[in-house]
Write a protein that binds this ligand. Structure first.
Ligand code: P1T
Length: 384
């Protein structure tokens, strides 16, 4: 089955058996618990909704299919999914993380999990040959975001996975920015894929959610255990919302790609724009790797204006259709100032080290008419 078909059908198969209702949409199973006819055996396969729920299983089956994985687990947010992965580790273990990651991920690592005896190194290993100098004897996970948030760096997934596998280190790819439509890390050798479903996969700014996808059965069993033991599961209603969003993922991603390319072309030639970050640009350092491992360059674009931070803020506040808001990957175009919004929890000197300046702007190009998006940006630039 091809991607767009899987997105619509997997998990939503109508139950046409005797007694089945034939719904073409997975119903929302709100029951918190499931009755059984025998004490020692769940009669219909379900016990208690934290450990298993029909609507959640439908979403999880769909997500596993989209990522070409075998097992998926849905969580209450992207950060809840990320936390559950880190709970695979033990005190004293080390994580090597790409230096440019979502500010909330970095905050979780450095301000929460560090206190539980895990160690973290943030480094730019976009050139996979640089990995050797950063791994330690106790390294257990290499954490990749690609494209990264917000600088849109590209990490060579296949090369990193090859290196990690030889050393017995797990590779985790946060695939939120690409979505499984554009990139499938498990097929490139990654052990674990994580998503904030709040973004492209859900796509409509109406559900905060996350997921973990794996191939390996032993890993899957441990993650399932943690999902239940920790309890940060996704509610049946939100599972339904995400399943509904997924049905249009393929068409939405095509439009995000097209609209972003138009925005990039416009910004790249504008005299008030200093720099554009987009992996689709031939001048982007990771362009050839992006071309190899992605089927499109996505809807995220970052850029810097000529001038100072005040000018940057003035531009953002003069936009009319594009909303200033955190989040991304949704039908509406959103714009933000990472230094004071999504990445404000990272100390300024750390931000400076990775090149995240106070004049950086990140836009999540939505699927509105491209002309309206371009006109809004143009009128905003005229005001500064
Ligand atoms: O917001 P939540 O669903 O918990 O997902 C966290 C998360 C994980 N990974 C990446 C790459 C992310 O971008 C995010 C959330 N990011 C934003 C809210 C943002 O505006 O960048």
């Amino acid at each position: 089955m091809k991607f767009a078909t899987k997105a619509i059908h997997v998990g939503n198969e109508p139950n046409l058996k005797e007694g089945g209702s034939g719904d073409v949409v997975m119903p929302i199973h709100l029951s918190t618990t499931f009755a059984r006819s025998k004490v020692d055996e769940p009669t219909a396969g379900y016990e208690y909704s934290r450990s298993g729920n029909p609507t959640r299983y439908a979403l999880e089956a769909n997500l596993a299919a989209l990522e070409n994985g075998k097992y998926a687990f849905a969580f209450a947010s992207g950060l809840a999914a990320i936390t559950n992965i880190l709970l695979l580790l033990h005190m004293g273990d080390h994580v090597l993380c790409i230096d440019d990651v979502y500010g909330g991920t970095r905050r979780l690592f450095t301000k929460v999990l560090l206190n539980f005896g895990l160690a973290f190194t943030f480094a730019d290993f976009t050139k996979a040959q640089d990995l050797q100098e950063h791994v330690q004897a106790n390294s257990k996970i290499i954490w990749i975001e690609t494209p990264t948030n917000p600088l849109l760096k590209i990490v060579d997934i296949a090369s990193v996975c090859k290196f990690a596998r030889k050393k017995g280190i797990l590779t985790v790819v946060d695939n939120t920015f690409a979505s499984p439509y554009l990139q499938q890390p498990l097929s490139l050798g990654a052990d674990i894929v994580v998503h904030s479903l709040t973004k492209y996969i859900g796509g409509h700014s109406d559900a905060v959610a996350g997921c973990v996808v794996v191939h390996d059965q032993t890993l899957a069993e441990r993650i399932k255990f943690l999902q239940n033991a920790v309890g940060a599961i996704l509610s049946p209603f939100d599972c339904y919302q995400v399943l509904k969003g997924i049905k249009t993922l393929a068409v939405r991603m095509e439009r995000h790609n097209q609209n972003a390319q138009k925005v990039v072309a416009f910004l790249s030639t504008h005299k008030k724009v200093k720099k554009v970050y987009y992996p689709g640009l031939e001048s982007h350092k990771g362009h050839s790797i992006a071309k190899k491992q992605m089927t499109g360059f996505g809807g995220m674009v970052s850029f810097e204006l000529v001038g100072d931070c005040q000018k940057t803020i003035r531009f953002l506040q003069s936009l009319k259709i594009i909303s200033i808001a955190e989040s991304l990957g949704v039908v509406e175009s959103l714009i933000e100032h990472p230094a004071s919004m999504t990445h404000a929890s990272i100390p300024k000197e750390e931000r400076a080290k990775i090149g995240l300046t106070d004049t950086l702007i990140r836009i999540s190009v939505g699927i509105e008419d491209e002309q309206d998006i371009l006109e809004d940006i143009a009128q905003g630039l005229e005001k500064i």
